[in-house]
Design a protein around this ligand. Sequence first.
Ligand code: ATP
Length: 233
Amino acid sequence: MSALLSIRGLSAGYGGADALDDVSLDLAAGETVALLGANGAGKSTLLKALIGLVPARGELRLDGADLGGLATEARVRRGIGYVPEGRRVFPGMSVRDNLEVAGRSAARDRAQDVERVFALFPDLAFKSRESAWRLSGGQQQMLSLGRALMGRPRLLLLDEPSLGLSPKLADELFAAVRNIAETGTAVLLAEQSAARALTVAPRAVLLRLGRVVGDGLAAAVSEQALHAAFFGG
Ligand code: ATP
């Protein structure tokens, strides 16, 4: 079976040394994969390279089509959704408008997409007319995720969605991620909290210093491999 996402020999950096070094990785349609690694391992850089926010060398394909050289907007149109670290929403806009402006489909479909997000996050439905700045941190994270879903992605890139959330809210958010995955959307979930990520992802990829140091079924990822990815050795 051909991969939904295929990454070959991807390197990326910020002018100096590469933050990603020769990363190769495949994701099947509908697959959920946890991208694990310590602070600075390169998780965010990999997601940014995939969505086109960081220039990268190497090969990048979605459903066989080359993404190299495409701008972020074009990658979103091809079916990649991206939820950056830190809850990017438009604070002055209502919850509903935040979702509407993220939609790409015709008005009628867009209304359906908004309803789908509200079904996934009932808290947002209750606050649909409120300005986004009035939402709690957890609700803003849900809105940020909802905005990415408005593009009807086949692949969703999530950068540390649980960062700064209470354990209860993080659980809620991960339950929503599980629901999204069950609808057939592939998810690449960058997380520092391995334990939590592995509750939704059957497979884990371990990054350390910009390189893939482990890739396998979550159940088979040993404590030792995790320890090595996070602390070296
Ligand atoms: P975190 O949990 O901190 O987000 P991460 O695994 O996502 O960690 P990255 O943010 O991808 O790691 O960082 C990888 C490397 O790239 C680190 O050495 C980091 O210092 C460096 N880096 C990240 N962003 C920039 C930037 N804008 N300019 C220069 N270097 C950067």
